[in-house]
Design a protein around this ligand. Structure first.
Ligand code: ZN
Length: 139
């Protein structure tokens, strides 16, 4: 079995944002030389997500609005977590619902996506450097 491990870094200038990382992950899979296997992509922070969905700006605006309805950032006093001195109680909840990681099958050397599937990094407490792990295993 072969494996490749890479770390991606992101600094989203706003508090929240979505970044399409599909091309970067495809490149890592191609460089791995693995033809049949699995690709794991996970956020390494508890206030960020990795998820798969459509690359459509209206959908991303809908996600942001929906997440703000479920767990609004303000007032920060509504979250007991913020009694610790942080202001990111909402970001932990947003991360939980959008997920930590995705696993995509590799078939014939390529990510075996369904129609319109893309991989996104979801940031919920940005303005600082964060990492995403990409691990490719297979043969
Ligand atoms: Zn926190």
């Amino acid at each position: 079995m072969k494996s490749t491990t890479r770390y991606l870094e992101f600094t989203v200038p706003q508090r929240r944002g979505f970044i399409n990382i599909t091309r970067t992950v495809e490149q890592i899979v191609a460089e791995s030389g693995i033809r049949e296997g699995l690709c794991l992509v996970n956020a390494m922070h508890i206030t960020a997500s990795v998820f798969i969905n459509d690359d459509e700006s209206g959908l991303h605006a809908d996600y942001d609005q929906w997440l703000e309805t479920l767990a609004p950032h303000e007032p920060v006093s509504r979250y007991r977590h913020n009694l610790s001195g942080e202001d990111n109680g909402d970001a932990h909840l947003k991360r939980q619902i959008m997920g930590r990681e995705v696993v995509v099958a590799i078939t014939n050397g390529r990510l075996d996506f369904g129609p319109w599937e893309c991989i996104f990094y979801g940031e919920f407490d940005g303005r600082r450097r964060k990492k995403v792990l990409v691990k490719v295993i297979g043969e």
